[in-house]
Design a protein around this ligand. Structure first.
Ligand code: SF4
Ligand code: MG
Length: 287
């Protein structure tokens, strides 16, 4: 029987997001980056979490996987390790990635597996109608306590991430598209973890476009900013937040050049093969 040739398209389904949602720009940047890098859809996997942003994997015509709530990164790590020839993108929202999934994020920074994780941060749980998320700013005040807002970029810098850390904004599409291309290129050439947070406003429950226009500071416009200086990046990030602002652009990138020796996909495969053999051995011993 003849094999059916699938059309080379990145857009099999229409998004279901509200008109004006920031996620449209993120999806556009992903599609554009895949096309610019000439990546065939069958060599790409997008894994997404639960939330409005999680539907992005339905909309882009690559392989896709809808992970359990907060579990995008473990699943994406497994895909990247088991088939290193694939380009792997994890995607989700701030509720999914920074609340229930936060532990996985800290370890993904440390683990440095070759994949891109995009978090669409809108400071809210849009899918469940607008509750405050961990990034909500200003801090949320309750009768008994106040909850400060979480900064995943500062977290990554503080736990010693090697890799690529950037923050884009749906309202700055040109930069967002370029950062997505650079982040994907980093995962493919340096074989490391790339983190791209996108400020992606929820126009229905937290229309913060005007606030972000004032709060975001594009570090790429600062001539003396050095994204290879981790300590400098951390200090700049913390200081800006103390002033009610947030850094954007390429914030940190390690100095590894493409092809730098490091734990290779071949090692990862060997590890998996050893683990598999060990599992078979143990299973045989217990039956
Ligand atoms: Fe986007 Fe908010 Fe609508 Fe969800 S509820 S699709 S996050 S605008
Ligand atoms: Mg959200």
């Amino acid at each position: 029987m003849a094999t059916q040739q699938l059309p080379l398209t990145y857009r099999p389904a229409a998004p279901i997001w509200c008109a004006g949602c920031g996620h449209f720009a993120v999806q556009g940047a992903i599609e554009s980056a895949l096309a610019r890098l000439d990546l065939p859809p069958h060599e790409v996997v997008i894994l997404a979490g639960i939330g409005c942003s999680g539907t992005v994997q339905n909309n882009v015509g690559t392989y896709g996987y809808h992970a359990l709530h907060g579990r995008v990164l473990p699943a994406a790590t497994g895909v990247a390790l088991s088939n290193p020839s694939l380009t792997v993108i994890g995607a989700g929202g701030d509720g999914d990635g920074y609340a229930i999934g936060l532990g996985h994020l800290a370890h993904a920074f440390r683990r440095d597996v070759s994949l891109l994780y995009i978090v669409m941060n809108n400071e809210t749980y849009g899918l469940t109608k607008g509750q405050h998320s961990p990034t909500h700013d200003p801090p949320v005040a309750y009768e008994s306590h106040t909850e400060a807002s979480l900064d995943a970029v500062a977290l990554g810098l503080s736990v010693g991430a090697t890799g690529f850390i950037a923050r884009g904004y749906s309202g700055w599409y040109e930069q967002l598209e370029r950062l997505t291309v650079e982040a994907l290129t980093y995962t493919r050439e340096q074989r490391g973890f790339a983190f791209l947070e996108v400020i992606s406003p929820c126009i229905t429950y937290r229309d913060a476009y005007p606030e972000w226009e004032h709060a975001l500071v594009d570090l790429e416009a600062e001539a003396d900013y050095d994204p290879r200086d981790r300590a400098g990046a951390f200090a700049r990030s913390v200081r800006l937040r103390e002033d009610g602002q947030l850094p954007a652009g390429l914030i940190y990138r390690d100095g590894r050049e493409a092809g730098t020796p490091r734990p290779s996909p071949a090692h990862a495969r060997t590890d998996l093969a050893v683990m598999h053999d060990r599992y078979v051995e143990l299973a045989a011993a217990y039956t």
